[in-house]
Design a protein around this ligand. Structure first.
Ligand code: SF4
Ligand code: SF4
Length: 460
């Protein structure tokens, strides 16, 4: 049987063929400065991604997104659904931080730190190279018949991919249920934790499909960040770029009157998205800098200066003045910083409990011969991971009584509770503007709540 997937070599440098079919990209191995930096970054990030759910801070996992109980533990602090507004500032800070970085260095996030790149290049592609060999061997085998060699290598590779995907899915699960619960689930029959089992299986399946087959198509088709990069960059953004002035016209190394590009296509062969950077900056470029290392190797062999492909801005490539700090960089940086500062201040000043006083649904007041009664309720939320006791201090206007008198409210960790009672005012004491006021407190933390008392004034 012939190959079902075309390889990129003679295609017009893209992972999509002219007829719309997928060109499966087989990037060649490369070494060099940026490849080494990327390997170190990948190792550190993989360590962080995998270790985070297992590291304890203040007796809780460093990151534990307990969606089932709407409790979120981050770096020792606990949040609940009522703190969700903080996410706005956090996302604003991180979002503008990313835009700031993109304006300076293009898709450096994609090439060095995005989990898609980190796991594809740092784990799955390495396994593929180990089992199936280098680019030429992989292409030759893919184009060849389904013999024993091809079958066992594909089987072993996919089995390892499946095992890694299942492992990653369980680490992912640990972010949402914590490691001890994840372990209990893993060691129990699936029907005891059916929901978690289905989610984990689905995540493992998607991970396997993504890294075994879909790969760079996530960056090219699905990820919105790549589509937006053209509005974040300008003529002063440092991207991976080919120096046309120096490289063109292309020609053989010993030819007279040609540029430095010898048209060896090494830069295309190492590209994980299968593009030719010599055609200019393209949406498909994920900024991995592999083509820089590949071309530098070629230049070294030819005894020519490195940097035919390099990090440079369009203005720099044209010989114009390079500008690093420019108005949009300051604006994006300021917004990013503002979001992160506000999120930090708001988090540090968060009251660890919430208290409100609300009217009970239904009648606003009830009148009898002796008194006016307003049904109300406290809504109190304990944001801590320990039980608390809130003292209730009455600071109401004279004449406003409570029935029953609530002196304290006990709350379990993370508990949200309504406590109903009546505001009672004698008919002759009822007057406009009467208010009930309470202070709920514990160990120096206080929340003041108040509500107007409603009802007829005087007797009719
Ligand atoms: S690696 Fe360098 S010399 Fe070779 S084709 Fe690419 S730009 Fe030209
Ligand atoms: S063009 Fe260069 S930097 Fe861009 S994705 Fe391809 S190899 Fe990476």
């Amino acid at each position: 049987m012939g190959p079902r997937l075309k390889v990129i070599d003679n295609a017009p440098a893209s992972s999509i063929a002219k007829d719309g079919r997928r060109n499966f990209v087989h990037p060649a191995d490369v070494s060099g400065k940026f490849t080494r930096i990327r390997r170190v970054v990948f190792a550190v990030l993989i360590g962080i991604y995998l270790a985070t759910p297992f590291i304890q801070v203040g007796g809780k996992p460093m990151v534990f997104l307990d969606v089932a109980h709407r409790r979120f533990h981050l770096f020792g602090a606990s949040f609940n659904a009522h703190d969700f507004w903080l996410v706005f500032f956090l996302v604003t800070g991180v979002g503008f931080g990313l835009i700031f970085l993109t304006t300076l260095f293009g898709r450096v996030w994609c090439g060095y730190a995005c989990p898609q790149t980190v796991f594809l290049e740092g784990v799955y592609r390495r396994v593929e190279r180990l089992v199936e060999g280098n680019r030429n061997e992989r292409i030759r085998r893919n184009q060849g018949p389904w013999n024993f060699d091809k079958i066992w290598r594909k089987t072993v590779k996919l089995a390892i991919f499946a095992a890694i995907s299942v492992g990653l899915a369980h680490v992912f699960l640990a972010y949402f249920v914590s490691f001890p619960s994840m372990w209990t689930m893993v060691t129990s029959p699936p029907n005891e934790n059916l929901e978690a089992f289905v989610w984990t299986t689905a995540f493992a399946g998607v991970t396997f499909f993504n890294f075994a087959w879909f790969r760079e198509q996530v960056c090219l088709i699905i990820c919105p960040y790549g589509r937006l990069q053209s509005v974040m960059t300008d003529r002063d953004t440092f991207n991976v770029a080919y120096d046309v002035k120096r490289g063109e016209p292309r020609g053989k190394a010993k030819e007279e009157g040609v540029g430095d590009c010898v048209d060896c296509r090494r830069c295309v062969q190492v590209c994980p998205t299968g593009i030719d950077i010599r055609n200019g900056l393209q949406l498909d470029c994920v900024g991995c800098a592999s083509c820089i290392d590949a071309c530098d190797e070629v230049m070294d062999k030819l005894g020519r200066p490195r940097g035919l492909i390099r990090y440079d801005s369009p203005n720099g490539l044209e010989g114009k003045k390079r500008r690093f700090l420019r108005p949009r960089v300051w604006v994006y940086g300021a917004f990013g910083l503002l979001g992160l500062v506000v999120a930090s201040i708001a988090t540090s000043q968060r009251v660890p409990f919430e208290a409100h006083i609300l009217r009970t649904a239904g009648a606003v007041f009830v009148v009898s011969d002796e008194a006016v009664r307003n049904p109300v309720r406290f809504h109190v939320v304990n944001k801590r991971d320990e039980p608390i006791v809130l003292k209730v201090e009455d600071r109401s206007d004279p004449g406003v009584e409570r029935d029953p008198v609530i002196e304290e409210i006990r709350l379990a960790p993370g508990e949200s509770r309504y406590v109903a009672f009546m505001l009672v005012v004698k008919r002759e004491a009822m007057r406009p503007g009467l208010r009930a006021r309470y202070t709920l407190s514990r160990e120096g933390e206080r929340a003041n709540v108040e509500i107007p008392v409603l009802g007829p004034v005087g007797r009719e």
